[in-house]
Design a protein around this ligand. Structure first.
Ligand code: BEZ
Ligand code: FE
Length: 290
């Protein structure tokens, strides 16, 4: 390998990994090496730039804790997470979008018609819709797991030091026999992704802001169906066209509308809403290709 040069080094590195050809691991590794080397040659990377990139990654590791995964944030602001979500959305199913860092898998249950906002201040909205499969059949008993920021753009989990309960504004609902789910909550406001670390430095250097469009997160699950992780956004709100993590898709934007008096009775609601939005979820069968 002593006659290696800037062109032959790529094949030499690939060949040095003797993992079996034809495996997914070897394919992922070889392709990564090719693209990394191609990038390096294409931009004619200097040594200062090379160490700059590695120090940046080192800083991402240094600031990361179990509660703060700076590499996921980096993936988010580079559109890498969004790309993976898009590639893995099944035809006919609801489009996927960011999980974000604030999910807890043991959220409490909320009865259909309950108030997720627990009376907190803000615009109270009725959220309702159906969970169906890609053929349009309802999925009774589907689990709709939701979490969101409050009407000032804060997740209660971020405010535990100020006495907030980390389980506030998150719940699991069970769709009824027609696949319907419904509850009230407060409309969330936009908020910024954390920008006090290396990813924030990157955003500033690139003259970008850290704002996310207001959204509600959902994970929807049903037996034998591929679960979906997504977000719902709201028409005519800020940052829909420049969300910091590229999470917005046209199909995920809901229209907030006036509520009818009868909605309160139709849905046996705990709290009278000021407005409502509808969002239906479509799940594809498990194990099906794209
Ligand atoms: C969120 O949607 O909660 C989120 C996504 C990416 C980075 C930070 C927060
Ligand atoms: Fe979020």
């Amino acid at each position: 390998m002593r006659d290696v040069n800037q062109y032959t080094v790529t094949e030499a590195v690939k060949a040095s990994f003797e993992a079996p050809e034809g495996t997914r691991f070897k394919f992922l590794l070889d392709t990564f090496i090719e693209h990394l080397h191609d990038y390096t040659r294409e931009v004619n990377l200097t040594q200062d730039e090379w160490i700059g990139i590695l120090n940046f990654l080192y800083d991402c590791g240094k600031i990361s804790t179990p509660e703060r995964h700076e590499f996921i944030l980096l993936s988010d602001v580079l559109g890498f997470s969004a790309l993976v979500d898009m590639i893995n959305t099944r035809g006919g199913a609801t489009e996927g979008s960011n999980l974000g860092p604030f999910y807890l898998d043991d959220a409490p249950e909320l009865r259909l018609g309950g108030d997720l906002g627990r009376g907190r201040e803000g615009v109270c909205v009725l959220v309702h819709g159906k969970v169906r499969d890609t053929l349009g059949n309802p999925l009774p008993g589907a689990i709709v797991d939701t979490w969101q920021a409050d009407s000032s753009g804060t997740y209660p989990i971020q405010e535990q030091e100020r006495g907030q309960d980390k389980y506030d504004l998150r719940s699991k609902l069970t769709a009824d026999e027609t696949g319907a789910y419904y509850y009230t909550t407060v409309l969330p406001k936009p908020y910024t992704v954390p920008y006090d670390g290396p990813v924030g430095r990157l955003l500033r250097a690139g003259e970008r802001h850290a704002w996310r469009a207001a959204h509600v997160h959902f994970i929807v699950r049903a037996p034998r169906m591929r679960s979906i992780t997504t977000e719902v956004f709201f028409e005519n709100t800020e940052y829909l066209d420049n969300d910091a993590v590229f999470g917005v898709r046209k199909s995920l934007i809901a229209k907030v509308e006036p509520v009818r008096k009868s909605d309160v009775f139709d849905y046996d609601l705990e709290r009278r809403p000021d407005a409502k939005f509808v969002f239906d979820f479509v799940l594809a069968p498990e194990g099906r290709g794209r």
